[in-house]
Design a protein around this ligand. Structure first.
Ligand code: F6P
Length: 357
C-alpha cells in the first residue's frame, strides 16, 4: 500500500486541478495499492491536521476546472519556523500530520515560498515531490510554470478590449499586470496584446523615455497609446534605493499601485487623458487554457512516476519540451527573472516596443 497526499499552496491558478488529476490518474493506473489524501488549505492543513481521504471519483471532471478542489492558503516560509499563537512548532506539527497519516510521499504544488517550505520538509526527512505552479512563471529550474499561459490569456484579453476603447477616445491606457517581482506576464501579454510600452521590474524605466515614446506615437498620428505595466515595475531612481528605503517609499506613496503613479506623471507632463485598468485576480481565475492543461497533466503524471520509482526530493520541470526531475535544494530560494539581454527583449525592442530604458 502506498499513501500519497496532495497539497496546493500559495496563490491559486488555473491548472492546479489538472495537475492533481494527472498525479492521481497515473497512480491509480499503476498496479500498486494506492491511497490518496488531500491536505486542506495548503500547509495550514498539514500544520493543523486538516485532511481528507480522496476517492478516484474526486478527480473526475476536474481537468478544466480552475482553482483547487482542496483549497490553498499563504503560509510564507519565514513564518513556518515561528511557533503559532499557542506556541505550536509548525515544522514539528507538519511532520506529525505526515506521520499520523502514514504517508509515503507528499506532492506539493506551489510557487517560490512553497518550494522553500517543501525543501525544508525534505531536509527534515519527509519524502516530497513538487510541481511548479504560478501565474508568475518565476520558478527557477523550469522553462514554464503551469498557470502562466492561462493568466497571460486573461491579461491579453484585457489589453485586446482596451485597444478598441483607447483608439476610439484617443487616450493613454495603462493595463497593470500581475507577476509579483518579475515581468514574465507583462512581457508576454504586452507582446500578445500589441502594447506600445512594456514596463517590467527587470528593466527599470525612465518616465521621460516613456513620455518620449508616447509623443512619438502622437507625432505619427496615433492618438492613443497602451502601456502594459508589471505590478512590480520600478523607476530607474527607485532601483537605486536600498530595498528598505524603497519599501518605505512605497508605504508612504499616495498611489494604490505603480500604475497610478506612472499615470499621474504622464498626465502632468503631457496633458493627455489617462485611464488605468487593473484586471487583478481575474488573471488567476477561470478555466485553464489547453496548453496549461497539457503541461499540468504531464507534470502531474511525471510526479506520480517519480513516486512509483521512490525517487523523492525533486521538482518536476519542463525543459526543452521534456519533463525532467530537478533536485529541490537547487530550486528553493531562487527566482527566475526576465533577462534584459535575452532574445525576446531584443525582438520586442526591434518592433519598436518601448521598455523605458
Ligand atoms: O503569485 C501569484 C500572484 O497572483 C502574484 O502575481 C500577485 O502579486 C500575488 O499572487 C497576489 O497575491 P494575493 O492573492 O495574496 O493577493
Amino acid at each position: 500500500m502506498k499513501k500519497i497526499a496532495l497539497l496546493t499552496s500559495g496563490g491559486d491558478c488555473q491548472s492546479l486541478n489538472a495537475t492533481m488529476r494527472g498525479v492521481a490518474k497515473t497512480l491509480y493506473q499503476s498496479s500498486k495499492d494506492i491511497e490518496i489524501y488531500g491536505i486542506l488549505e495548503g500547509y495550514k492543513g498539514l500544520i493543523y491536521g486538516n485532511y481528507k481521504k480522496m476517492e478516484p471519483s474526486d478527480f473526475s471532471g476536474i481537468l478544466t476546472r480552475g482553482g483547487t478542489i482542496i483549497g490553498t492558503s499563504r503560509q510564507p516560509f519565514k513564518y513556518m519556523q515561528i511557533p503559532d499563537d499557542n506556541g505550536l512548532d509548525k515544522v514539528k506539527a507538519m511532520k506529525a500530520t505526515y506521520k499520523k497519516i502514514g504517508l509515503d510521499c507528499l506532492v506539493v504544488m506551489g510557487g517560490n515560498g512553497t518550494h522553500k517550505t517543501a525543501n525544508l520538509l525534505r531536509e527534515e526527512g519527509l519524502n516530497v515531490v513538487t510541481c511548479p505552479k504560478t501565474i508568475d512563471n518565476d520558478i527557477w529550474g523550469t522553462d514554464m510554470t503551469f498557470g502562466f499561459q492561462s493568466a497571460v490569456d486573461v491579461a491579453t484579453t484585457a489589453i485586446d478590449c482596451i485597444h478598441t476603447t483607447a483608439a476610439s477616445h484617443g487616450r493613454v491606457f495603462i493595463v497593470e499586470i500581475m507577476g509579483h517581482k518579475v515581468g514574465w506576464m507583462a512581457l508576454h501579454a504586452g507582446i500578445a496584446g500589441g502594447a506600445d510600452i512594456i514596463l517590467i521590474p527587470e528593466i527599470p524605466y525612465s518616465i521621460d523615455k516613456v513620455i518620449h515614446a508616447i509623443h512619438n506615437r502622437t507625432e505619427q498620428g496615433k492618438a492613443f497609446s497602451i502601456l502594459a505595466v508589471s505590478e512590480g515595475a520600478i523607476s530607474k531612481e527607485d532601483a537605486e534605493l536600498s530595498k528598505k528605503d524603497y519599501k518605505k517609499k512605497l508605504k508612504a506613496s499616495p498611489y494604490p499601485s505603480i500604475s497610478y503613479r506612472i499615470g499621474k506623471e504622464i498626465e502632468e507632463k503631457t496633458g493627455q487623458e489617462i485611464r488605468i485598468t487593473v484586471p487583478g485576480h481575474t488573471q488567476r481565475g477561470g478555466n485553464p487554457c489547453p496548453y496549461d492543461r497539457v503541461i499540468a497533466t504531464r507534470l502531474g503524471a511525471a510526479a506520480a512516476n517519480l513516486i512509483l520509482k521512490e525517487k523523492y526530493g525533486y521538482m518536476v520541470a519542463l525543459k526543452n519540451d521534456d519533463i525532467v526531475p530537478v533536485p529541490l535544494d537547487e530550486v528553493a530560494g531562487k527566482l527566475k527573472m526576465v533577462d534584459p539581454d535575452s532574445s525576446i527583449i531584443y525582438e520586442a525592442k526591434s518592433l519598436g516596443i518601448c521598455f523605458g530604458d
